[in-house]
Design a binder for this molecule. Structure first.
Ligand code: IPM
Ligand code: MG
Length: 360
């Protein structure tokens, strides 16, 4: 078994180092090999996802990923920006199924921006399709408009698209996951406006016939955004497309009081997976020794469970973590303080991503 360790940028190196310590302490037999990715790889090799890093990732059973990105790379051409590394890995490895749990730990109930009674005991799972939709749809680009409201003007365009098999496979992933939980799936779409999501809704409904033991309901994405803050515990498994999943998973993470606690997994059909914290690189707190590594350590646990066939080892990590947080309330306060490690900044102010609570 081989793990590709890709720490990346900002706090990525610190948090991955902590997760590696935990993995080593388990004394299991797997090989770990580290490679640069994101801005670090751009500095080292002129590309955010160099051939050698991609080759390592492809050859591994699992990838432990830190975080990528820094403001200083925002002026680079899009193909050279750190974020392209993560999109490139998703595409090259076919990591179509993204699992983003949003769990509100008891000790952090009061850190949520919602009333404690709304989030206490929250445990929902967002399953986001990760290799299709408007993120990867072709064609895309810039051109001179030939029609529309301003013919002759410069315009940009992207293509939202999903094929039937792409929807079928992610729907199956969601129904299977729901079977291991409370057997409820909410499929989130925008079928009232978009052709792409009318097909989504139709296909999810058809696939559901194979899972009569699981309850399915459909919800428009705007309503889902509202319900997530109104009554989040009414959800169990949410399945949705790439872009809606990007947005709703950030929203859901903030219900929990700490994005610093949330792991994620992205899997392909061979159960090869990329495991990363749900938060970002937070360059403004990098190197200060204050980043919260727990989401990465929990991601390592998910990796042991889903890709490395070591469920007992995963249990050991998760149990130790829960006990630790429970035994030391002061530590929970510390988690709350450090919760806000969004993609670019610890304060989450990047690109309007003000993501609640900053008690620092
Ligand atoms: C995420 C991130 C990425 C995405 C970016 C960094 C490309 O926001 O993993 O949610 O949009 O998928
Ligand atoms: Mg996102």
């Amino acid at each position: 078994m081989k793990i590709a360790v890709l720490p990346g940028d900002g706090i990525g190196t610190e948090i991955v180092a902590e997760a590696v310590k935990v993995l080593k302490a388990l004394d299991l037999k797997f090989e770990m090999e580290t490679a640069p990715v994101g801005g670090a790889a751009y500095e080292a090799a002129g590309h955010p996802l160099p051939e050698s890093t991609l080759a390592l990732a492809k050859s591994a059973d699992a990838i432990l990923f830190g975080a990528v990105g820094d403001w200083k790379y925002d002026k680079l051409d899009r193909p050279l920006r750190p974020e392209q590394a993560i999109l490139g890995l998703r595409k090259a490895l076919g990591l179509f199924a993204n699992f983003r749990p949003a769990i509100c730990y008891e000790q952090l109930t009061h850190a949520s921006s919602l009333k404690p009674e709304l989030v206490a005991g929250l445990d929902i799972l967002i399953i986001r399709e990760l290799t299709g939709d408007i993120y990867f749809g072709q064609p895309r680009g810039r051109r001179t408009a030939v029609d529309g409201h301003f013919p002759g003007a410069e315009e940009a365009f992207d293509t939202m698209r999903y094929s039937r098999p792409e929807i079928e496979r992610i729907a199956r992933v969601a129904f299977e996951a729901a079977r291991k939980r409370s057997k409820r799936v909410t499929s989130v779409d925008k079928a009232n406006v978009l052709e792409t999501f009318q097909l989504w809704k139709d296909v999810v409904t058809e696939v559901h016939k194979d899972y009569p033991d699981v309850a399915l309901d459909h919800m428009y994405v705007d309503n889902a955004a509202m319900q997530l803050v109104k009554a989040p515990k009414a959800f169990d498994v949410i399945v949705t497309g790439n872009m809606f999943g990007d947005i709703l998973s950030d929203e859901a993470s903030m219900l929990t009081g700490s994005i610093g606690m949330l792991p994620s997994a992205s899997l392909n059909d061979k159960k090869q997976g990329l495991y990363e914290p749900s938060h970002g690189s937070a360059p403004d707190i990098a190197g200060k020794g204050v980043a919260n590594p727990l989401a990465t350590i929990l991601s390592a646990a998910m990796m042991l469970r889903f890709s490395l066939n070591q469920p007992e080892a995963a249990d050991r990590i998760e149990t130790a973590l829960k006990k630790g947080a429970g035994a030391r309330p002061a530590h929970a306060r510390h988690l709350q303080r450090r919760h806000d490690q969004s993609r670019h900044g610890a304060d989450g102010r990047r690109r309007g991503q003000r993501v609640a609570l900053t008690h620092r």
